[in-house]
Design a protein around this ligand. Structure first.
Ligand code: GDG
Length: 455
C-alpha cells in the first residue's frame, strides 16, 4: 500500500498534551496509520527563513516540520491566509483585507513547503494537502518535478464565484488547483461554487471533472466527521468526574445550554448572545430555568478583527448578566479559554441544548460531537445554523438562520419545551447520520479516490 503523506499548515505538537481547539487535527486522526508522514509548520517562529526540517515519531507516525520566518508568519499566516482568504471564503467580503506583500509571502511559503517536502517524498507516496493556506503547494511541487498523485481537501467553504472573483489573484489560485488529481469539498454547494468558478474562466468541465492541458482534475464531496464511539466514551467517563458533578450541582436543576467554538467571527457569537438576550426578554417564564455556558477558545489573537470581536463579546456578556442576573443565578457563563477535550465532552452530555450557530462554516465538528456525547435515554437538543456544512447532513437538528435573532430565541424556547419522546426521536436519527458520515468514512473515501487517480 502506498504511504500517505498528509500536509497541512500546522502539524500538532506531539510533545504538547494540552487542549487542542481546531477541527483538522481531530478529523484526521483516523487517516494517520503507522508509517504515515505528516508535514507542515511546527508552530515555531524564527528570525530568518530556514529550510531545516525537524522530525519526531509517535505511534509509528512521522511528524516532519519546518519553522516559519517571523515575517512570513505575519504576511502568509496572519495576512493572506487569515485576513484575506479566511473571510473571503466564508463570504464576508467586508472583512477582507488584501495586499500584494501578503500574497507574495503566501506564494513564497507555499514554495518553501514544496522545496522541503520534495526531499521527503518517495515516488509512490500519496500526497494529501489540507486547506486554504496551501492552495499553491501542488503547483509548486509539480514545478519541482513531483509526479505523485496529489489530492487537496478544502475544510472551509468555497465562496460563490462572484465573491471568489474579488480576489486579485483569483485566476492564479484557481489555476494552481488544477495541479491536483483530486480536490475534495465538504458540501455539494462548495463543489458547485468551485466548478462554477472554473467554468467562468473557460476551463472545460465534464461532469465533476475539470480538464486542463490534457490533465484531469476530479472533484468530490466528502464531508469530514468525528469518531463517534471515542467521543461518546470520553463523555461518559467525564460525567463521572468531579468537575462535571460540580457543574451539575451549580445548576441546581436548571437546564444547561452550551456552545463551544474557537473565538472567530465566522462562528456567530455576537448574534448568538443577542438571541439569548432576546430569549430571556421574550420568554420571561424561562428566567432562572436555564444557564448558558459559552466556551470560546482564543484564536488568531493578533488579527485585528479578532481583538474587536473579543471586546464586543465582553460588552454583550456583561450587558446580559447585568440585566438578568439574580443573587443566586447567573444566566451566562462566558469563558475565553480552551477547555480540556474530556471536560467539553462531559459538558455536552449534561447539557439540555447545544447551540451551534456559525454565520458560515465548512462543516462544524462541534455539532457532531454534541450528538455523539448524548445519553440516548435523555438526549439534548441540537440547534444548528443552516449555513454550517453540517446542516446538509443533520436535518433533524433545529435548523436556524444565524442572522435571525428572533428565530434563534424561539428555537431555544422550543428546545426547552421539547418532550423527551421528540428529543429521543431526533437523536436516534442524528446519531445514525453521524455514524454514516464519521471520520473513518471521510478519510477512507478520499484516500480511495486518490489512490485510483491516474497520476
Ligand atoms: C475547520 C472548519 C470544519 C473547540 N473549542 C474547544 C475545543 N474545540 C474543538 C471542537 C472541535 C474543534 O475544536 C473545532 O472544529 P470545528 O469543525 O467546529 O471548527 P474549526 O476549528 O473552524 O475547523 C470547520 C473543520 O475545519 C474540519 O474540517 O468542520 O468548518 O472551519 O473538535 O471540539 N477543543 C478543546 N477545548 C475547547 O475549548 N479541547
Amino acid at each position: 500500500m502506498a504511504r500517505l503523506v498528509i500536509v497541512s499548515n500546522r502539524v500538532p505538537d506531539v510533545a504538547d498534551s494540552g487542549p487542542r481547539a481546531g477541527g483538522l487535527a481531530v478529523g484526521l486522526a483516523d487517516a494517520l496509520v503507522p508509517g504515515s508522514l505528516w508535514f507542515g509548520w511546527s508552530g515555531q517562529r524564527v528570525a530568518q527563513r530556514s529550510d531545516e526540517i525537524h522530525t519526531a515519531t509517535e505511534d509509528g507516525i512521522t511528524y516532519a516540520t519546518i519553522d516559519l520566518a517571523e515575517d512570513d508568519y505575519r504576511s502568509y499566516y496572519l495576512g493572506f491566509s487569515n485576513a484575506t482568504l479566511w473571510p473571503l471564503f466564508h463570504m464576508m467580503p467586508s472583512l477582507v483585507s488584501f495586499d500584494n506583500a501578503g500574497y507574495n509571502a503566501y506564494r513564497d511559503v507555499n514554495e518553501q513547503f514544496a522545496r522541503t517536502l520534495a526531499t521527503l517524498i518517495a515516488p509512490d507516496d500519496l500526497i494529501w494537502i489540507h486547506d486554504y493556506q496551501l492552495l499553491g503547494l501542488a503547483e509548486a511541487l509539480r514545478q519541482l518535478g513531483v509526479g505523485n498523485r496529489i489530492g487537496f481537501f478544502l475544510h472551509i467553504p468555497f465562496p460563490a464565484p462572484a465573491l471568489f472573483d474579488l480576489l486579485p489573484p483569483a485566476e492564479e489560485l484557481l489555476h494552481g488547483l488544477l495541479a491536483h488529481d483530486v480536490v475534495g469539498f465538504q458540501t455539494e454547494q462548495d463543489r458547485g461554487h468551485f466548478l462554477g468558478a472554473m467554468y467562468q474562466r473557460g476551463i472545460s468541465l465534464q461532469g465533476n471533472d475539470a480538464w486542463h492541458e490534457g490533465r484531469r482534475l476530479h472533484s468530490m464531496v466528502t464531508p469530514i466527521g468525528v469518531d463517534v464511539d471515542a467521543f461518546n466514551r470520553l463523555a461518559v467517563r467525564a460525567v463521572r468526574r468531579v468537575e462535571a458533578r460540580r457543574v451539575v450541582e451549580s445548576l441546581a436543576g436548571r437546564a444547561l445550554m452550551i456552545s463551544a467554538d474557537r473565538l472567530d467571527y465566522t462562528k456567530g457569537l455576537p448574534a448568538r448572545f443577542d438571541a439569548y438576550g432576546r430569549f430571556l426578554s421574550r420568554f420571561p417564564e424561562q428566567l432562572r430555568r436555564i444557564s448558558f455556558l459559552q466556551v470560546a477558545a482564543p484564536s488568531r489573537e493578533e488579527v485585528d478583527q479578532y481583538k474587536a470581536l473579543r471586546d464586543e463579546l465582553d460588552y454583550k456578556a456583561g450587558a446580559i448578566n447585568g440585566e438578568y442576573s439574580d443573587f443566586d443565578w447567573v444566566p451566562l457563563r462566558y469563558m475565553t479559554r480552551a477547555a480540556g477535550r474530556g471536560v467539553l465532552a462531559g459538558m455536552f452530555r449534561i447539557s439540555r441544548i447545544g447551540l451551534v450557530t456559525p454565520l458560515r462554516d465548512g462543516m462544524n465538528l462541534v455539532a457532531m460531537e454534541y450528538i455523539a456525547a448524548q445519553d440516548p435515554l435523555n438526549p439534548g437538543v441540537l440547534i444548528l445554523s443552516r449555513f454550517a456544512g453540517a446542516a446538509t447532513l443533520l436535518p433533524e437538528a433545529l435548523l436556524v438562520n444565524p442572522y435571525d435573532v428572533d428565530q434563534m430565541a424561539e428555537a431555544i424556547n422550543t428546545a426547552m419545551l421539547m418532550t423527551l419522546e421528540e428529543r429521543q426521536e431526533r437523536h436516534v436519527a442524528l446519531l445514525e447520520r453521524i455514524r454514516t458520515h464519521d471520520a473513518t468514512a471521510y478519510c477512507r473515501s478520499f484516500v480511495a479516490v486518490l489512490s485510483q487517480a491516474e497520476g
